[in-house]
Design a protein around this ligand. Structure first.
Ligand code: ADP
Length: 311
């Protein structure tokens, strides 16, 4: 009975080890990445249990993702392995001190072929939170159907549905993504969005938290990068500043923030406390390299500003 179930795409990552133009023989580090996988690891580091559902090749990349998630404490027993398609790949290098280049190799590969039939009976229904993102429906019709099926099962079982808009302009254009993401947000209890994403799916230009809530979710969380975050519920709007840190790699901060927030939901914290925990988790991720490697443990939540956000 996991605290959190999530589904999505995870890819093998090849990360250039030194700034500059990669050439044969350049050092690189292998890892893996995936927004939902990062959230799953994040809640595990905070002491909760999480299950990740997805589709990987039967190749070395797939093995690395499974080993990595399992090593981080995530339940991967229901992951589907596809003998016909490779695991997706992400090549990331620091071209200059200020410019990161990311190439994706994912089209038509195993992760994008996730479908509703890959969702095991009872897993979502037995969780406390289902977390999905707007990346998965961008991968194709079957992946989008899987997200809707997962939400349907969660709703019928009374499981809280969390949705991070996570609009990815490299995967689809705003006019195609907008209606799909709006519909998904409307089926969630809790929605996370950046300002641009909130504008995309609501058409509003201000009071974005309220505009998101009008779509259906009772709780809307706005992520504002180094400017902090806000949550809007039926009762109140609560804001928090970001925790000041030296930014090293902002990729993954949003997912770390979501993990912290959902951990607060699981612990029954009030909105202000869960927002603060989320901001600390986002700061950890923003100030370390890698998508998930810098995620905070529960014991570490004391750090930075001296405030205890462990409970
Ligand atoms: P996303 O990665 O989804 O675009 P954001 O960049 O808004 O999300 O980051 C999510 C949260 O992480 C922010 O609301 C903030 O609390 C924290 N965060 C992000 N970047 C920084 C930073 N440079 N310094 C401190 N906190 C940050």
């Amino acid at each position: 009975m996991p605290d959190l179930v999530t589904l999505g795409e995870a890819m093998l990552v090849v990360r250039g080890g030194v700034p500059g133009r990669p050439v044969p023989g350049s050092p690189a580090v292998l890892s893996f990445a995936g927004a939902e996988a990062t959230v799953a690891i994040g809640v595990c580091r905070l002491g909760h249990s999480a299950t990740w559902l997805g589709r990987l090749g039967t190749d070395t990349g797939g093995d690395l993702v499974v080993d990595g998630l399992r090593g981080a404490g995530v339940d991967v027993t229901a992951v589907t392995r596809d003998p016909d398609r490779a695991t997706g790949l992400l090549l990331r290098h620091q071209r200059t001190a200020d410019r990161v280049v990311v190439d994706y190799y994912r089209d038509g590969l195993a992760g994008s072929r996730l479908g509703p039939e890959q969702l095991p009976d009872g897993t979502i229904e037995s969780a406390r939170i289902l977390h999905v993102t707007g990346i998965t429906p961008a991968l194709g019709d079957s992946a989008r159907a899987a997200v809707h099926e997962a939400i349907g099962r969660a709703r019928r079982a009374g499981v809280t549905v969390s949705f991070d808009v996570n609009y990815r302009s490299r995967l689809w254009a705003p006019d195609r993504a907008g209606p799909v993401l709006r519909e998904l947000a409307g089926r969630a209890d809790l929605v996370f969005a950046g300002a641009d994403e909130a504008e995309l799916i609501t058409g509003a230009r201000d009071d974005l938290g309220s505009a998101l809530r009008k779509l259906g979710p009772g709780e809307a969380v706005l992520k504002r990068g180094a400017a902090g975050a806000a949550v809007v519920t039926a009762d109140a709007t609560v804001e928090t500043a970001a925790v000041p840190v030296t930014q090293v790699d902002p990729v993954g901060a949003g997912d770390a923030f979501v993990a912290g927030y959902l951990s607060g939901v699981l612990d029954g914290l009030a909105p202000a406390q869960r927002l603060h925990r989320a901001a600390v988790c986002g700061a950890f991720a923003a100030s370390t390299a890698g998508d998930w490697e810098g995620l905070a443990t529960r014991a570490e939540l004391l750090s930075f500003d001296g405030q205890d956000v462990r409970r």
